[in-house]
Design a protein around this ligand. Structure first.
Ligand SMILES: Nc1ncnc2c1ncn2[C@@H]1O[C@H](COP(=O)(O)OP(=O)(O)O)[C@@H](O)[C@H]1O
Ligand SMILES: [Mg+2]
Length: 432
């Protein structure tokens, strides 16, 4: 990109388009890699042979590639003894999560240890991806496998540059999706996987997704080229590799099933003003199922939704709520239980992979979920977009600082360049 005669927007876009047509999806602009989503499987681009090729080669010597970025950060970490981070940014569907996985794959390749031990740290690091995706990814209008949470993976290395531990931190899981989905989108993959699991689905009295309110608000049940029954087995296998024991796996899916049953509980107005009762026999069945699966008392569960407790200095006042408030209570319970399950999964992944407290240095890879603008944007969306704007600002500052320093060392005379700055937007939200 820096070799272009005219470095302006049309020139940059034209260059990317020309290269894309030649199947060159990667382009450098200085130290930054631009990836254009190929929307096609390119296995030859990412196989063992390719990883071997990029290993230890001076940055810029070979064609632009995500492995070159990963290799450069690994080399810098080893030679400068200094932790590194890689920021993957772009709008929804641009290819961030796929890129992050490729970076992780390369780092486990150069920093891996003995092959053969199936529960090795690097295997666990890689298997944490399908597991987190089953519970944190969903189909959106833009992407069949859109991450609905942000992820920062720290891969820790020891003195000899070998992976010694890892930690996954997650941010801003989209809770609202558990109870509300728009047309042509889906809820989190794990719900459909469990419904398609056959024996396990029967055990939890589940059926086709169209029978559950949390799934049938949209008529999108299947994904092209994806078999949810097979995905269910993959998720279970990932749990094995990551070290989640059988009884914990059962507990996880019990909660997933309980949430689906919870969603089918409906309420009717009660005899008294502003009160609610459970609607009919079918709802009673789902209530009983939810209570059994969550191992709680069925009457307590019902009153949690139909009554509200108000704390006062004189003691607690218990007040009935109308049926629409009971639905809100039900949804809040479902969202909270799901969000806690997700956090529990992340904690367990971290515990089982293990952190190396004495690690010499680490490489962090940030995959935040992309900027999106819907017809109605919830508070959750605002937080996500705000995080993206902050990252963009960080990126701009970092890149311009790097450029400035390079000009200084090369003793090139230059004047400050003006660029589109999003600080105004950040100020609008951040400034008190
Ligand atoms: N390097 C790649 N090679 C092949 N397909 C890709 C690549 N990057 C992205 N894709 C395709 O695009 C889809 C969306 O990419 P994803 O990484 O999930 O987007 P984002 O995380 O930016 O929202 C993926 O499911 C995959 O089909
Ligand atoms: Mg993503």
């Amino acid at each position: 990109m820096t070799k272009l005669v005219y470095l302006h927007e049309p020139g940059v876009l034209c260059n990317l388009a020309l290269r894309y047509r030649l199947n060159e999806i990667y382009t450098y602009t200085g130290r930054i890699l631009i990836a254009v989503n190929p929307f096609a499987k390119l296995p030859h681009m990412y196989d063992m042979h390719m990883m071997e090729q990029y290993r230890g080669v001076q940055f810029g010597e070979l064609s632009p590639h995500v492995f070159a970025i990963a290799d450069a950060s690994y080399r810098a970490m080893v030679s400068e003894n200094c932790s590194q981070s890689i920021l993957v940014s772009g709008e929804s569907g641009a290819g961030k999560t796929e890129t992050t996985k490729l970076i992780m794959r390369y780092l486990t390749f150069v920093g891996g240890r003995a092959i053969g031990d199936i529960r090795s740290v690097e295997q666990q690091v890689l298997e944490s991806n399908p597991l987190l995706e089953a519970f944190g990814n969903a189909r959106t209008v833009r992407n069949d496998n859109s991450s609905r949470f942000g992820k920062f993976v720290e891969i820790q290395f020891n003195k000899s540059g070998r992976i010694s531990g890892a930690a996954v931190r997650t941010y801003l899981l989209e809770r609202s999706r558990v109870v509300q989905i728009s047309e042509s989108e889906r809820n989190y993959h794990c719900f459909y996987q469990l419904c398609a699991s056959g024996k396990d689905a029967d055990k939890y009295k589940l059926a086709h997704p169209q029978n559950f309110y949390y799934l049938n608000q949209s008529h999108m049940y299947e994904l092209e080229g994806v078999n949810d029954a097979e995905e269910y087995l993959k998720t279970r296998r990932a749990m094995d590799i990551v070290g989640i024991c059988f009884s914990d796996q059962e507990a996880i899916f019990r909660i997933v099933a309980a949430i689906l049953h919870l969603g089918n509980i409906e309420f009717s107005p009660g005899k008294e003003f502003d009160s609610s009762v459970i609607k009919d026999e079918k709802c009673k069945f789902h209530l009983q199922m939810a209570a059994d699966l969550l191992m709680v008392d069925v009457n307590l569960l019902l009153s949690t939704m139909c009554y509200r407790t108000i704390k006062t200095p004189e003691g607690n006042i218990i007040k009935a709520v109308d049926s629409s408030a009971a639905v809100i209570g039900r949804d809040t319970l479902a969202k909270t239980v799901y969000a806690r399950l997700f956090d529990w999964l992340v904690d367990n992944i971290n515990k089982s992979i293990g952190q190396d407290m004495e690690s010499r240095s680490q490489i962090g890879v940030l995959d935040i979920y992309g900027f999106e603008c819907f017809k109605y944007n919830s508070f959750e969306q605002l937080c996500i977009n705000f995080a993206n704007e902050k990252l963009q600002q960080h990126f701009n500052k970092h890149v311009f600082k790097m450029e400035q320093e390079e000009y200084k060392t090369e003793e090139i005379n230059w004047s400050y360049i003006d660029f589109v700055d999003n600080q105004d937007i950040l100020d609008l939200i951040e400034k008190v």
